[in-house]
Ligand binder design. Sequence first.
Ligand code: BG6
Length: 513
Amino acid sequence: MTSTLAPNPLRKGLSSSRITDPCSVVFFGASGDLTKRMLMPAMWNLRLNDILPENYAVVGFSRSKFSDDEFRELMRKGIEEFSRSGPPKDPLWNDFAKHISYVSGGFDDPAAYANLREALERNDREFGTAGNRLFYLSTPPSVFATIVEQLDAAGLGPRDNKTGWSRIIVEKPFGTDLESARALQAEVSKVFDEKLIYRIDHYLGKEPVQDIMALRFANIIFEPIWNRRYVDSVQITAAETVGVEGRGGYYDNAGALRDMIQNHVMNLLALVAMEPPVASDADSIRDEKYKVLRAVRPIDPIRVTLDSARGQYDAGSIGGKPVPGYREEPDVRPDSNTETYAAVKLLIDNWRWADVPFYLRSGKRLGHKNSEIAIRFRSLPHRLFGEAGDSLDNNVLVMKIQPEEGISLRFNAKVPGPKMHIRSVSMDFNYGTGFGVVSAPAYERLIGDAMRGDATLFTRWDAVETAWQIVMPILERWTETIDESFPNYSAGSQGPPSSDRMLAMDGREWRKI
Ligand code: BG6
């Protein structure tokens, strides 16, 4: 069946691998925030940038009642507010809107899935979506298993799809601990093979995160020093200034360890510490990520208080504006024991990294938004230059993820003048100025990849399971014991003192956020 669109002249000359397969994308939880803020703007920009094929369709599915037109209008407003390309313009918007439809119903209601099936078959006929279906689960994790079961019962699972493919994208968190993650995996894998499951971690779609591999494996100069002989320690930071942003109900049952460390930060650790993959395909890369996570030394439960630190923010000020404490946020328990800051020290027991500490931290309502990976190199074996009083700082290579995107190398140089004064300076690369382009939002890249069948930037089950195994001793300890010091850091600060103490015990300091 042909599309309603005329061939787009801008498509000419584009490599076909950039364009996604024809398909219908179904957003479960479509009335939620993520769909209007991120997912639909991503689809729209994929369309604008000619990455969508001509044969595409989008279906929203959620409990709220909307007509197709009401849903389209809601999405138009979302795009107007949140899309990087600004308000949608006709006639392209009109055409895009025709490709959007909506199904309302409970996630456990077979009749709603029958309607969904009809909508998908209609898309195949009208838009030529060829029986290809991408189901995106942007719902609370508690309904993931139900949706998968219902899809299968309605004949929408892969085994009943005789004409095209059926894939599923699952939002994080994948489980709330090791046991629930395993139970969820058992359910999802009854219907979808691992190759059809795309566990999304939007950090992997960020350009500077993808560049970690390029920096390491597309250059000759870094890899020889990327090991215990030259590296003193590694700090991975994901610091936010925002609070829980109306998500108190979810967050108070999650906390920073589950919300950020187990997934986003652990993926950064894997990328920075893994061995070179044998090839650049999805599984070769994911094999190495899994291997390095397996090499992380299990945290001895009696060392949890030494090798981790937790915090909860109190009232304070961010950018000169007063903000409330965590316990005053809506839907948060007034005596909450949930951490809004987590720091962890990990060791990797392999030849490359033995004895090199990896310090991970993430927190909300900190002084600045800053996500980065900093590799601190060892001290000089012998001091030759520098006047008394000059400090010869260790070299540091920083991969800046956000808000700045780039790479910065800190090294020592001679201060101009008659004396041999030495001072630390930095050499900076910035993506924006370097390439003259603004990075596309992560969701755009990731949805496009899933439509294309490229799972490289999605997390495989073995890595998810191992990441849960790594954090479980801390999670158990933090759940069992009340932290009487909470709230223990002010909004706008660098985090709790216990986190500084963790590094001080090793004779080190955190980089300033
Ligand atoms: C999400 C977390 O996965 O990542 C949020 O659930 C967090 O709590 C967000 O704010 C951070 O993403 P980004 O892209 O703003 O760093």
